[in-house]
Design a protein around this ligand. Structure first.
Ligand code: NAD
Length: 360
């Protein structure tokens, strides 16, 4: 095994705790330090998570023994913290989104290029078995050429009043939908040509941004995608729906599904039914014949590994950095997904089709 590395986790809230747990369990990590800007909170979270913490960021940036920084702070801080960490020579895994505006995303990319730094965005679908399986089936040619994808995502309102999320200037497209737009790009495998997104009047009045989106994408190879989202219908949960009891959510209005249609078959991923299915199309004498060719169910114990594998992603990232290997999801590819998010926002604002060539 290569040498172990020391890591830091910035932001010790819900996601920060997941990052800390992964670092504790990673065989590639020897020491962990956490950071919270407020010294009392730093101390409190340190004792809860059982790690050393600091409220002095320079202590981390100037410590040459720390090679990797995980960033799990509120979205408005991502670009500033990532660029500081890259300039200090650290490898960085930053949670999505890549800032709250196109200008911020550009800045993150510019500093990564200037420093030639190691940077990966937390697009954990690429590490989650459910979506890796779908991508595998596509790559094996089992559905022919993917020509259309639908993503339906309905989740309950869990951002709550007067939090950084509900007050955020950034839209829910970057915050919640960047994973799924990135997924649609990943499945289709062709550059995005244009996007047209629309949003209905808000139901959640205290959000500073829309609470629903219908995002339509056209790809350069002619394929299309639609993503529909709302954040109010499913029954209210006490915590993040992805961490809440799945049994309750399986039929209370929660949906998180992809349908991927190809020229020779189709794939459905369904988080709340814990299932992935594949259809096969054949040319019968009288009609196109469609049959379900394969169904895989996953177990409750494997939920996170199957559809929300931040844990596995983070362990893998520590391994990549420890072994001196490059990022696995290239940052310029993640930037393309973020450009799509900002283009969809622009499309809503100006009520027009936005060509991705407009978004440099
Ligand atoms: N990959 C995923 O599926 C996924 C899921 C949830 C959240 N996230 C992302 O993780 C990030 C954190 O989300 P969360 O749910 O943990 O939020 P949270 O509010 O629970 O935690 C944020 C933490 O950051 C701290 N903080 C605030 N300002 C800071 C600063 N300037 N420097 C360092 N720490 C600061 C807060 O005190 C808090 O402890 C967000 O960017 C979010 O988009 C990703």
């Amino acid at each position: 095994m290569s040498e172990q590395i020391n890591v830091a986790v910035l932001g010790l809230g819900n996601m920060g705790a997941t990052h800390v747990k992964a670092a504790i369990e990673s065989p590639w990590v020897s020491n962990i330090i956490g950071y919270e800007p407020d010294s009392e909170r730093a101390e409190q979270r340190g004792s809860e998570l059982k790690i050393k913490t600091t409220s002095n960021l320079d202590e981390i940036l100037n410590d040459s023994s720390i090679s990797l920084i995980y960033i799990a702070t509120p979205n408005p801080t991502h670009v500033e913290l990532t660029t500081k960490a890259l300039r200090a020579g650290k490898a960085v895994l930053c949670e999505k989104p890549m800032g709250e505006s196109l200008e911020e995303a550009r800045e993150m990319i510019a500093v990564q290029q200037e420093t030639n730094g190691w940077l990966q965005l937390g697009f954990e679908l690429h590490y989650s078995t459910l979506y890796k399986k779908a991508k595998d089936w596509i790559d094996q040619g089992l559905i022919g050429d993917p020509v259309n994808t639908h993503c339906r995502y309905y989740c309950s309102e869990f951002h709550k009043k007067n939090t950084w999320r509900s007050n955020s200037e950034g839209s829910l497209i970057g915050e919640k939908l960047s994973h799924y737009l990135d997924g649609q790009r990943w499945f289709i495998g062709s550059p995005v040509e244009s996007v047209y997104s629309i949003t209905a009047p808000k139901v959640v009045k205290y959000f500073n941004h829309p609470d629903n989106h219908q995002i339509n994408i056209k790809f350069a190879n002619g394929a299309i995608s639609t993503l529909i989202f709302n954040m109010f219908m499913p029954e209210t949960d006490a915590v993040d729906p992805l961490l809440e009891v799945m049994e309750k959510q399986s039929d209370d209005g929660h949906y998180l599904q992809f349908h991927i249609f190809g020229t020779e078959g189709a794939i459905e991923t369904d988080v709340f039914r814990r299932r992935i299915r594949r259809w096969k199309f054949t040319d019968g004498p009288e009609q196109l014949i469609s049959e379900i060719a394969e169904t895989i169910h996953f177990n409750k114990e494997d939920d996170l590994e199957w559809f929300h594998n931040v844990h596995g992603q983070n362990i893998r990232v520590s391994e990549l950095v420890a072994k001196g290997l490059p990022p696995e999801t290239p940052i310029l590819d993640s930037y393309e997904s973020m450009k799509l998010c900002f283009a969809a926002e622009l499309s809503e604002k100006e009520n027009r089709i936005v060509n991705l060539s407009e978004i440099k």
